[in-house]
Design a protein around this ligand. Structure first.
Ligand code: ADP
Ligand code: MG
Length: 498
């Protein structure tokens, strides 16, 4: 629902609307400072809302969409300490990159939206114990319009559009369905279920639908949520003893919308309470012809969820995305180069596309690596010796990308344990250490392309905090315990066939 105080927003294009809106808000802040009573109200605002809004600002300010995706979007807000926003990075490498390259932009974005927040601090999990007394909910002077904007506006990644999506045989059906639903939501295809392997464009297509819907139907309330977010919000509402209406609010939030997009619904597996909630949310929206769009890494019938939900998920249209063929992969690389202004020859693009066949994100990663390496050494990204140097550590030249299975197999072989035991429940020392080392290596090698929750799921439905714990424990051990460090090195060599 568009707030009627933001006059005219429905009539102008989406991008203009955003600029106008932000400027209107800034204006309100200035006016509000001059006349507190008229324009400002002190509103209790949640950390997630604050962070979401900073992300909206940052998504248009961080120069590369990939960098935004990898380094900014994955930061987690920890809390506010006085005038400082504390953000948690997933790895030390991410923390360093953000501090060295993006902290100033982040500070500016934060300060532009919330003038009372002056600084940002990036921490990693080990630092969490030193963080005390942070606020998760704050009274911040916010204009009434602004609070609504925070709640209602979804920050779709601006670069994830249909125009930037390359269509080939492997994804043409999914793309056509996505376009159709973006033009006419809630009519023909409901629900839409997109499925396919990691890094094949599911999230890109969902954001493309979102961007198009926001432009075509600015008055509609569109909600995009990752399954993890939905699960966490549900659990938080369930256990919120401070607010007896928390559950009611949670339900209202998800049931008063026009379009619900939920990404990675395979993470509903083993979460019975959330499945039940999702079932009712689904029914309510579906019965009132509201559009539902879901994504998953597998088809509905293969998700480990209750039957009635599986049936619901599969009642509309199911569209799969397969790994693209060579021509499409080259065309995707070409498109990314055009978007970023990289001048890379066809033969280098072909070389990359032949090397990485099943994950577009990995393919983009290799392209970026070649560009950053050539910039670093002052070389030409079209010089094959530079290209080869840049990707030396990526994988053995004769092999394709590293998969989770490959890391697990190498670990099992090295320790002489079975895969069932490694991913199983046993907690004796003989299996716990190999399991933790394996998780550490998966995070280290595939961390940017694989959410922690999906690693947890691979390891018998463990929670993402268990994955984080294993990863950080072995990371520490590698520094202090030569025997563990050697084991990690030996397995890594095995994985890379060195
Ligand atoms: P998934 O959600 O399936 O894991 P993403 O949507 O996150 O994958 O896609 C990973 C990366 O690959 C993104 O940067 C996305 O823009 C890019 N990508 C995937 N498919 C295409 C495509 N057909 N055209 C352009 N870019 C693509
Ligand atoms: Mg995704």
């Amino acid at each position: 629902m568009t707030n009627n105080k933001q006059i005219g927003i429905t009539q102008i294009s989406q991008s203009c609307a955003k600029i106008v809106k932000i400027n209107v808000l800034r204006c309100h802040f200035v006016l509000a400072k001059m006349s507190m009573f008229v324009y400002n109200i002190l509103t209790m605002i949640k950390l997630d809302q604050i962070w979401n809004n900073i992300l909206i600002e940052a998504s248009s300010k961080v120069p590369s969409a990939l960098a935004y995706d990898l380094y900014i979007n994955s930061l987690q807000p920890v809390g506010l300490y006085r005038d400082r926003l504390i953000l948690l990075a997933e790895t030390r490498a991410q923390k360093n990159i953000v501090e060295n390259h993006y902290k100033d932009i982040l500070k500016k974005c934060t300060n532009a939206v919330f003038p009372s927040i002056i600084d940002v601090e990036i921490i990693i999990e080990q630092d969490l114990e030193h963080v005390a007394n942070v606020q998760k909910e704050v009274d911040i002077p916010v204009n009434a319009n602004y609070v609504n904007a925070v709640e209602e506006k979804v920050n779709f990644v601006t670069q994830y559009t249909f125009e930037n999506f390359v269509v080939g045989k492997s994804n043409e059906f999914a793309e056509a369905v996505a376009r159709a639903v973006a033009e006419n939501p809630g009519t023909k295809y409901n629900p839409v279920f997109l499925w396919g392997g990691v890094g094949l464009g599911k999230t890109h297509l969902m954001h493309a639908i979102g961007n198009r819907l926001q432009r075509n139907y600015p008055e509609k309330k569109i909600m995009y949520v990752t399954c993890d977010q939905f699960v966490n919000e549900f659990i938080e509402s369930l256990h919120n003893s401070n607010d007896p209406d928390a559950m009611k609010k949670f339900r209202a939030k998800y049931r008063k919308i026009d379009v619900l997009m939920m990404d990675d619904v395979q993470f509903l597996a083993n979460k019975e309470g959330t499945q039940e909630e999702m079932f009712h949310t689904f029914n309510e929206l579906y019965l009132s012809d509201k559009q539902i769009i879901l994504s998953s890494d597998r088809p509905p019938k293969e998700i480990k969820i209750e039957e009635r939900l599986k049936t619901r998920f599969g009642t509309g249209i199911i569209a799969d995305i397969q790994p693209p063929d060579l021509e499409t992969r080259i065309a995707i690389l070409q498109k990314k180069c055009n978007a970023k202004g990289y001048k890379v020859n066809f033969n280098v693009l072909q070389f990359i596309a032949e090397k990485i066949t099943t994950n577009i994100r990995e393919m983009e990663g290799m392209l970026n690596r070649i560009i950053s390496y050539s910039t670093l050494v002052g070389g030409d990204p079209n010089d094959m010796s530079i290209v080869n140097d840049a990707i030396k550590d990526y994988a053995d030249a004769s092999t394709d990308i590293i998969t989770i299975d490959r890391i697990v197999n190498a670990t099992c072989e090295y320790f002489g344990v079975t895969k069932e035991a490694l991913v199983g429940k046993k907690k004796n020392k003989e299996i716990v250490v190999p399991r933790q080392i394996c998780i550490y290596l998966i995070c280290d090698i595939l961390g940017q392309s694989l959410p922690l929750a999906s690693i947890g799921e691979y390891f018998g439905g463990r929670d993402h905090t268990t994955v984080m714990h294993a990863r950080d424990k072995i990371s520490e051990e590698c520094k202090n315990n030569a025997s563990i460090a050697n084991q990690v090195k030996d397995i890594r060599d095995k994985i890379y066939n060195r």
